[in-house]
Ligand binder design. Sequence first.
Ligand code: Z7Z
Length: 401
Amino acid sequence: MAVSTLAQDLPTSDVDPFSHEVLENPIAFQVALRDVGPVVHLTRYDVYAMGRYEDVHAALINWQAFQSGAGVGLSNFRYEEPWRPPSLLLEADPPRHDAPRAVLSKILGPRALRKLRTAWFSDAEELVEDVVRERQFDAAERLAMAFPLRVFPDAVGIPREGRENLLPYGDHLFNAFGPPNDLVEKGNRRVADLSAWVNAQCARDVLADHGFGAQIWAAADRGDITPEQAPLVVRSLLSAGVDTTVHGLAAVLYAFATHPEQWQRLREEPYLARVAFDEAVRWESPVQTFFRTATTDIEVGGAAIPDGKKILMFLGSANRDPRKWTDPDAFDLARDPSGHVGFGMGLHQCVGQHVARLEAEALLTALARRVKRIEIAGPARRHHNNTLRAWESLPVQVELT
Ligand code: Z7Z
């Protein structure tokens, strides 16, 4: 069979993947996206969408052809001014990307995190004890939001004052990767104040002595990064370190509340906490999408993507692609979820993933010890965001051991 390389033959769709309808439940859209072909032209935004695992994975590891330096949102930095100074990690390509990445990799690496393990496990136990005593509570607010906010800002070393700005800042940042729709509009009203607060937390004299923030400044003293880069690297922690883990934890809590047999299994084999978290990240994909930009004319599966165009990668779709996963819609601790693209892949793969896994392991371990059954106890409500798959509210009831 002849495969046409003519761009005109590309399947097209006028669906808006950032509409409230798709954000509420993107699964049907993802099935259609994968089935129509490896690449689909989304006419509404003039972007090229990929939803199959193989193609998303290939694009993620090919940073030469699929650049990040022109932004990983819809906005193309070749033609448009970014709304904030670009991140030195996320919105940069090698070689500029590499020094900040190396510094943060070390600070957030598994070895460095061992020091936090004991404290975070007892923090999780205290929090769980306080919350589960109530028997009925909102797991999104009381656990998924509360736990990261309890441990992560302290680990970075920012002051207490103003921490309520962290989630709204992240929510706006992740909305701003999408089109300028009502979600972005809503955030624009507060963005100046939120940004000013976040930027102020990145200064050396504001940060506590031994946290991640201070370690970033110490790297500048050693000459591993420049003193001009240090505050922007601290900003990356505050940008990408809170909302993502909150929604990852909400995903795993929702998964267990709706899969009692899997909760039973975790209780019997608590060492599965980390696998459970990764399986929930695969299953729910808290980070649903982001973009790359073509650095040249690219051919994917017979389709031509012109130089300079934006490519929208559907991580959530890749993570449920039946071409890659057996029974992809099942949340199953018996599965090996490794290779999922929920943390990305390649040289930009989430540098904070070990922090996220440690938070999840601490929280799930504490819950598994104390909670025999967890189930949904009222209407669960989604929170819409242009990038994140999130819960606004997850009412649950628990039966204690
Ligand atoms: O460096 C940063 O400020 C930063 C912001 C957002 C880094 C990463 C992300 C991000 C994480 C973006 C997941 C999309 C998906």
